[in-house]
Write a protein that binds this ligand. Sequence first.
Ligand code: V47
Length: 369
Amino acid sequence: MTGLLKNIDDSLLEVISEKVIGGGRVSPEEGVILYEKAPLHLLSYLSGIIRMRLNGNKVFYNRNFHLEPTNICINNCRFCSYRRQRGEPGSWEYTVDEMLDLVRKFDDKPVTEVHITGGVHPDRDINFYCDLIRKIRKHRPSISIKAFSAIELDYMFRKSHLTVEEGLKMLKECGLDSVPGGGAEIFDDEIRRKICPGKTSSKRWLEIHEVAHRCGIPSNATMLYGHIESYAHRIDHMERLRRLQDKTGGFNAFIPLKYKKYDNQLSVAGEVSIIEDMKNYAVSRIYLDNFSHIKAYWPMLGRENAQLSLAFGVDDLDGTIEDSTRIYSMAGSKEQHPSMSVDEISTLIRQARYVPVERDTFYNPCRNM
Ligand code: V47
């Protein structure tokens, strides 16, 4: 037993720690105990063991930008600061040509991935999105296209009377490479009903990701935390993801997303502390033992807190971003124009005594800095 464990004055925590160190899998009950009882230094230590096992001392980042087709949305999620009604001040709905113009702005930059996600526009079916993907692919053949949350996919498939498999295959043929992790929120039905009534169900979110994996399209998974959910709800969320990952192996990364309170209907709930954020990264790293990567989304967290998260199991900092997303600036993030150079990201990583590695969408190294 290590010196650190000798000072843990709790037999349950000791058993869980020994299990993690020995490569065992934490049960849902044990996951909740970690949240409730484990001191931060123990969580840092245990999550560090798993991150070293999976990724050594590497921290990944990529060169990416976002494309947000619209913020007009059929849903009205209570946590969302981004959504507008059609015609409302602050709403936008780009045409395919306007979006191609946005893509062209990055022609002289060595970005490797475009991340496309936005609101669920009532009028747009799969043909609109196929056209968009096809034109981006033609304009920039080598860029990796990570596009459409399961919520956007659900709507476009239903609108176009397609099964999930038919829809995903169509998008893949047009050039879709991977699917982002948005829209997962919290899987528990009761919490979901309270924070995002009427939204695509958890069952359907999981089905879409499962079918994507079977079609050879990897994806990410997110969890929106720090609002009205309990620790048990977070563990239930991760348990469902862990089971699906056991089945398909198709998830690349897990991305905890901290609820930001500015200008949305859930504001009364406030925001959780940085201690809670770090605890959440560590428990995620420990619980999701079959996910290779835990990603800190720095536009949401701020760059210093993202740097700190590297001591709590995180091995991926997303990304250069190039000031191309508004979801978190509209929700009150202090990163109002999120953009980081490769030098800045590498410095953050090196200061934490890790080795920066530029990756592509699939975590193949591009070049070591
Ligand atoms: O699903 C919306 C969240 C998500 C708020 O896959 C909010 O690589 C906090 O999924 N406070 C969309 N969160 C963003 C997303 C994402 C981000 C980065 C990388 C990847 C990836 C995916 O943003 C939504 C929702 O959970 N969100 N509003 C808010 N006020």
